[in-house]
Design a protein around this ligand. Structure first.
Ligand SMILES: NC(=O)c1ccc[n+]([C@@H]2O[C@H](COP(=O)([O-])OP(=O)(O)OC[C@H]3O[C@@H](n4cnc5c(N)ncnc54)[C@H](OP(=O)(O)O)[C@@H]3O)[C@@H](O)[C@H]2O)c1
Length: 254
């Protein structure tokens, strides 16, 4: 499906694998021009991303960015300035639900300070600091999109199961930060649309330990999820600034 209104120059933060890599692949296919800054923690180990960049005719620059390290985010912005002068789309994709030694908490007794802090650093502070350091690339006028991948489990109003304290709390904080950005940034960047996006449940490393409970038709491939999210982004208008939107275009309650 041809998609109108998508950006030309793009930042894909979290492009090494999963949804971010699929979005990058589809952005290149949908647009025959424009440049993409693609970030991940360890570019040397991101083989699929490097292969995509190598075949992009110079349109993709892979840059290291560690979300828990503000100096790394600042340095990534400096390096991006050597490749692009403006970004019409900033995609914050990087995040984590589990990592070695940290699984989502089923009950209060499993909550640990270090795990809460780790989740907040990556899932909440990280995307906000990306906004801080990449804001300089946003156009003063004209359509631009700042989209952070959130999760429906970060909705406070929708929380009926409890648990997953670190991830739910961090995504709820990320949502608040996105909302704050939607108020502040439009003062300087008229035409900017800031949104939190829920991609659905997607077949990646992040969801793998929990897929047994998901109906087959509700588990999206990364290609399908990326396509749906890019369609949602293409359809955004200034009326959507500050909203939390799911893969099917429906609003998610905060
Ligand atoms: N999959 C789902 O069902 C689902 C559902 C709802 C929301 N989401 C959200 O969608 C986003 C993408 O998830 P995914 O399923 O594609 O996950 P994934 O396949 O596990 O990929 C995670 C991405 O985040 C990056 N990342 C993790 N920690 C990072 C850090 N400290 N600094 C920089 N980058 C870091 C990873 O880069 P490295 O290669 O460097 O580790 C990777 O690119 C996340 O924000 C997630 O919360 C996913």
């Amino acid at each position: 499906m041809p998609v109108q209104g998508l950006a030309l120059n793009v930042l894909v933060q979290g492009a090494s694998r999963g949804i971010g890599l699929a979005m990058l692949r589809q952005l290149l296919a949908r647009h025959s021009d424009g440049r993409v800054v693609a970030t991940c923690r360890q570019p040397d180990q991101a083989e699929a991303l490097q292969a995509l960049a190598a075949g992009s005719g110079g349109r993709v620059r892979v840059i290291a960015l560690e979300l828990t390290d503000e100096a790394s985010i600042s340095a990534a912005a400096e390096r991006s300035a050597e490749f692009i002068d403006e970004l019409q789309l900033i995609l914050n994709v990087g995040g984590f639900l589990h990592r070695p030694g940290q699984m989502p908490e089923r009950r209060l007794a499993e909550v640990e300070s270090a795990n809460l802090i780790a989740s907040f650093a990556v899932n909440a502070a990280g995307p906000l600091l990306v906004a801080k350091h990449f804001q300089r690339f946003l156009p003063r006028t004209g359509r631009a999109v700042f989209a952070s991948l959130s999760a429906r489990v970060g909705s406070i109003g929708d929380n009926r199961l409890g648990g997953w304290y670190a991830y739910r709390g961090a995504k709820a904080a990320q949502n608040m930060f996105t909302r704050c950005l939607s108020v502040e940034l439009v003062r300087r960047h008229r035409g900017l649309i800031c949104v939190a996006l829920h991609p659905g449940t997607v077949d990646t490393e992040l969801s793998r330990p929990f897929q047994a409970r998901v109906a087959e038709e509700k588990l999206f491939s990364v290609a399908r999820a990326a396509s749906q999210l890019l369609d949602v982004i293409a359809a955004l208008t200034v009326e959507d600034n500050g909203a939390f939107i799911a893969w099917d275009g429906q609003r998610v309650e905060w």
